[in-house]
Design a binder for this molecule. Structure first.
Ligand SMILES: [Ca+2]
Length: 275
């Protein structure tokens, strides 16, 4: 989940259409492309507005985030939930943000400052998929080759190390580089996500088609932006430039058959194939 700027708390004009269904007006005074909603009790969202179709979490909860297309001041969205007795008690509109160009040379982190905070300010976070238990802790260590992010691989499922950022314009760059080494055989793919106001499906995942088989020697692996494809069913291919214009998420997706340490020394964007 993206770390959100929860900006303005607004008690919205809410009108009852029928039980468990409401329209919610953007009365926040700014263009929004997301909204946080809080209910009086745990609910399941039964339908979301087509303009903010992506709801988190997907399971029953009291608080949800929805993202998608921009909603102008005065426009409304509609949604419905179960049980109908639950009341919508809080509405926080999330402003659409202008993308900021990634400054040269495009480095996101080299871990030399010893912490998990990237050069964009956001912190690296580990998440596991398909395996039980919490993700292993992320540590910044130092060896003869320099400072690095040390990550214990898991022997089942996969692991990702993610950075969630405010919309970032990386259109001046050709791809992602990762300088890394692994003590055990590991494959690393890069996952990118754009917050996409132009795409009919809002949020969009793009995954590198070819993961890198990481060597025990420190090696720089490159993932050209041209090689990323839209996740099937999520976005027309023609909108691929949006990925470069409004990047909000970058993750290393790690799969390994055994437990061992993956070391990431540097990660960033490179400008041209020969840089
Ligand atoms: Ca740092």
């Amino acid at each position: 989940m993206k770390a959100l700027p929860l900006v303005v708390a607004v008690a919205s004009a809410v009108s009852m259409a029928c039980a468990g269904t409401q329209t919610v007006e953007n009365d926040a005074g700014f263009l929004a492309d997301g909204v946080q909603l809080e209910f009086s009790q745990t609910v399941t969202i039964s339908s979301a507005d087509p303009r903010l179709p992506h709801g988190y979490p997907a399971h029953a909860a009291r608080s949800f985030w929805f993202y998608g297309w921009p909603v102008a001041p005065g426009e409304t969205i509609a949604l419905s939930w179960h049980p109908a007795a639950a009341a919508l008690i809080g509405v926080w509109w999330i402003p659409w943000e202008e993308a900021v160009p990634l400054p040269a040379p495009g480095r996101l982190d080299d871990f030399e400052d010893g912490d998990l905070r990237s050069e964009l300010g956001a912190e690296w976070v580990a998440v596991t998929y398909g395996s039980d238990g919490p993700p292993p802790p992320l540590r910044v260590l130092r060896d003869n080759a320099g400072a690095h992010l040390a990550l214990e691989t898991v022997s089942s499922g996969s692991l990702s190390v993610a950075l969630e950022v405010s919309p970032l314009d990386v259109s001046g760059y050709a791809g992602v580089y990762v300088r890394m080494a692994s003590a055990v055989p590991a494959n690393v793919a890069v996952e990118l996500m754009a917050r996409d106001p132009c795409c009919c499906d809002g949020y969009r995942f793009e995954n590198a088609a070819r993961p890198a088989a990481v060597s025990q020697e420190i090696t720089e692996y490159r993932f050209p932006l041209d090689a990323f494809t839209a996740e099937p069913g999520h976005c027309p291919e023609a909108s691929a430039p949006v990925l470069r214009a409004r990047l909000i998420h970058l993750a290393l997706f790690v799969t390994a058959a055994e437990v061992g340490t993956l070391r990431v020394y540097e990660i960033g964007f490179y400008a041209a194939p020969n840089d």
